[in-house]
Write a protein that binds this ligand. Structure first.
Ligand code: ADE
Length: 423
């Protein structure tokens, strides 16, 4: 299927009751988003605003969509990855919440883009992106929508990178809030979320023992840091590859061996790319791997692994288990690719736990409110979420966790303002 004009295209409506239970379970772990939702229901800051949201269709995303709807938004939701959709959640949102959902797990590329186009058929005033595919479509094949769009939000590192490239080239048509750059997003979602959910995906796909395994983390950004820590916590020996000298130094002093991928290739039992770039593992590295190496990607796009090179090198391919494909080389050595090289944490597991998405999606909801309220003052550029919003989200989460903190005394505030008091 390549065209979709309907507001909803999902796999199976009868899955809705199961999806509703899943959403309820996720919402129990999302108190910050619940507080935002309560206020939104009272104040209706998004009343009548048409929103196109291109996000992973998960139970946590459903909690966000229900929050936007409580604020008065008319949301149309499409998937930001062809493999991450939870069909039961898609059904629940469509059937019980009346949201236009365009997402089917396992949809092909043409359907994926038809769903994005159908979400844009809603003539959105706000574009909520995870990876900037929606924004890219607006700036290529749907240019007429640029004028109607008041603002956008972007969830992930890769999307922010793409939007900054658009802004640099002077083509970006509306202000976008880089939700990813909020502290309450990347320090928690990217680090603890990716750390846990990537391990979860690898274990569900392989059921391999990580204790004693050599685990190669390609990229030491926030996702890489979290993943390395969690793999080490499971007893793996962690190797890190990097191109950035500062991050490489940090990984070294965090206790990991840092080395080029060309050398790590022959040593690893498990490889995960989280670098945000293409061709991080290519033909020569695949060729150097041990028989039985497991390879996965937890970066936003599947370009981090050169899958064409893998197919050339190992033409015999078969599916062994869900999300696990064996590639056999002519000499008999096998490489196991997880989730077709797509985000392993969302395609082979359920993505980040709700407790961490609570922060990211509170940021998203508040970023939507902020960009709509401030659109007149914001240039068509990529903007930070205001620090005060970030701190409010952190305070709400601390309160929900029952954590109390100190406050500066008047004397301490004065000390921070003064420069005369020294040695
Ligand atoms: N990105 C990572 N984990 C996610 C989740 N559980 N829901 C939506 N987007 C995600």
């Amino acid at each position: 299927m390549t065209t979709t004009t309907n507001a909803t295209d999902i796999t199976d409506e009868t899955l809705a009751p199961r999806g509703r239970d899943k959403i309820e379970w996720a919402e129990r772990a999302m108190p910050v988003l619940a507080a935002v939702r309560e206020r939104f229901a009272r104040e209706r800051p998004l009343a009548g605003v048409r929103v196109a949201a291109c996000l992973h269709v998960t139970a946590e995303t459903a909690a966000l969509v229900r929050t936007l709807a409580a604020g008065g938004a008319e949301v149309r939701l499409c998937a930001s990855n062809p493999l991450s959709t939870q069909d039961d959640v898609a059904a629940a949102l469509a059937v019980h919440d009346g949201v236009g959902v365009l997402a089917r797990a396992g949809e092909d590329r043409a359907t994926y883009f038809a769903h994005l186009a159908a979400a844009l058929g809603h003539r959105p005033q706000l574009a909520m992106d995870d990876g900037a595919d929606l924004a890219t479509l607006v700036h290529t094949s749907h240019a007429a929508l640029g004028d109607a769009l008041v603002g956008g939000t972007e969830e992930t590192t890769t999307g922010v990178t793409r939007l900054r490239a658009m802004a640099r080239e002077g083509v970006l048509r509306y202000p976008v809030i880089a939700v990813n750059d909020a502290v309450t997003k990347h320090m928690f979602d990217n680090r603890y979320g990716t750390g846990q959910s990537t391990i979860d995906g690898i274990l569900r796909a392989t059921n391999r023992l990580l204790a004693g395994a050599c685990f190669v983390v390609c990229g030491y950004g926030w996702c890489g840091r979290g993943l390395a820590a969690r793999a080490a916590g499971m007893g793996a020996r962690v190797l890190v590859t990097e191109v950035d000298p500062l991050r490489a130094l940090e990984a070294t002093m965090d206790g990991y061996q840092v080395l080029p991928i060309a050398r790590a290739a022959a040593l690893g039992d498990v490889f995960v790319t989280v670098a945000g770039n293409r061709g991080v593992i290519g033909g020569p590295e695949f060729a150097a791997m041990k028989d039985g190496a497991v390879v996965a990607n937890a970066g936003h796009f599947d370009v981090e692994l050169d899958l064409a090179a893998l197919a050339d090198l190992a033409p015999q391919r078969r599916r062994i288990r869900p999300s696990l494909d064996e590639y056999r080389q002519p000499d008999g050595r096998r490489i196991y690719l997880l989730a077709e090289g797509r985000l392993v944490n969302l395609a082979a597991a359920e993505g980040h736990p709700a407790a961490v998405m609570d922060l990211s999606f509170a940021d998203q909801a508040l970023a939507a409110e902020y960009v709509l309220a401030s659109a007149r003052e914001l240039a068509a550029d990529v903007h930070a979420l205001p620090r005060a919003i970030d701190e409010d989200v952190a305070r709400l989460k601390l309160r929900a966790l029952g954590v109390e903190i100190d406050v500066l005394s008047a004397d301490q505030r004065e000390y921070l303002r003064a420069w005369t008091t020294g040695t």
